[in-house]
Design a protein around this ligand. Sequence first.
Ligand SMILES: NC(=O)c1ccc[n+]([C@@H]2O[C@H](COP(=O)([O-])OP(=O)(O)OC[C@H]3O[C@@H](n4cnc5c(N)ncnc54)[C@H](O)[C@@H]3O)[C@@H](O)[C@H]2O)c1
Ligand SMILES: N[C@@H](CCO)C(=O)O
Ligand code: NA
Length: 425
Amino acid sequence: MKPIKVALLGCGTVGTQVVRLLDEQADDLAARAGAPIELTGIAVRRPDRHRDVPKDLLTADAAGLVASDVDVVVEVIGGIEPVRTLLLDALRAGKSVVSANKALLAESSGELFAAADESGADLYFEAAVAGAIPLLRPLRESLAGDRITRVMGIVNGTTNYILSAMDETGANYSETLEEASRLGYAEADPTADVDGYDAASKAAILASIAFHTRVTANDVYREGISAVTSADIVAARTLGRTIKLLAICERVGDSVAVRVHPAMIPRSHPLASVGGAFNAVFVEAEAAGQLMFYGQGAGGAPTASAVLGDLVAVARNRVHSGRGPRESAYAALEVRPIGQVRTRYHLSLDVADRAGVLASVAAVFAEHDVSIAAVRQEGRTADASLVIVTHAAPDAALKSTVDKVAGLPAVREVVSVMRVEGEES
Ligand SMILES: NC(=O)c1ccc[n+]([C@@H]2O[C@H](COP(=O)([O-])OP(=O)(O)OC[C@H]3O[C@@H](n4cnc5c(N)ncnc54)[C@H](O)[C@@H]3O)[C@@H](O)[C@H]2O)c1
Ligand SMILES: N[C@@H](CCO)C(=O)O
Ligand code: NA
């Protein structure tokens, strides 16, 4: 059988594991794909720095490698350019693409799928969301007959690693981030992780597939974890909650809402026990009900597992003259701004402990039509701590409420403001 020739773009954390697995599992992969899978070249920025992969395969000329006689291009470089141009060239020339690049897919999947359609090539990117966890394929294929209403979960390993350490050991933020980078979880520029851009890209990809609507990273409301303080973590713990960076994609009537932000969830919630670089995603569909996907969301070998799975799928399609799934954006639902999304807030305030303070705070909530679910006051000295948890209300109303409360004379400091998820609203 004629081999399937593969060009690998990038050979860092993920790429080196792809090379290893291609070599170690060559016979099994050939049997599963229906043809041998032959790695014909590896493009990297500095070929002299890669001693652990076959030297004769290395090149600094990624464009030349893409233009050479290959059937499939596997991209594990990351970022937008030059990758966007390289992959468009590959697809237009009929070469199938497997990519782990969520930043690019969340920005340019429309034009990449269009290029793939022109030539009949395939575009697969399971590794781009939640690493090793099979998630895009189940959403796109297994649930193709159902109506997905919500996708919610932890999709960034680096921030989950940091938040878990802060919660469990009170670890320091920047040291834990360095450790996550050393372990190969963080992006080349880790601000993509801590500021929520990585999770927002993944949320855009998930929402696009789940709701058959083109959603880009710009459509996603995004807050990262850099503003999460140890005071927030203590406030959460006091109420039996923990803090996680969540990606939430919801169908609301004929529109969708997609957001990424830290949120307090009950410690009894299944997402609360997802630690380290693990990811977990809940999917709710009308007929299927609730489904949960859990596993390693970052790291070289887990991500390479997803890349190899896609590579075998692409190779099979070549061998059997088949095609993989195309873009499905027919529903074209409107994306709602965050202000219209109904959420719950947890608010922790330092207030003066005197008569009428609680009434003045509560009046601001009433004025904005925000219903209070629970109030707790602690302290009998000049200062008291007031914790308020709201029922679900439009996010814009909650924001205005917090702004106005912060300006009340009796409020000395707004210590912590955090959305609350995973409880009855
Ligand atoms: N590391 C993870 O846990 C993980 C998980 C899922 C997805 N991803 C995605 O996989 C991709 C790669 O991540 P990584 O962690 O392996 O990155 P990395 O920084 O370890 O490796 C990047 C590789 O790309 C090469 N490269 C950079 N610019 C190049 C260019 N212009 N031409 C040719 N080669 C170039 C570098 O030489 C290096 O070999 C990214 O899109 C990332 O988002 C990573
Ligand atoms: N930097 C990403 C890699 C996996 O996509 C993370 O930490 O989840
Ligand atoms: Na995945």
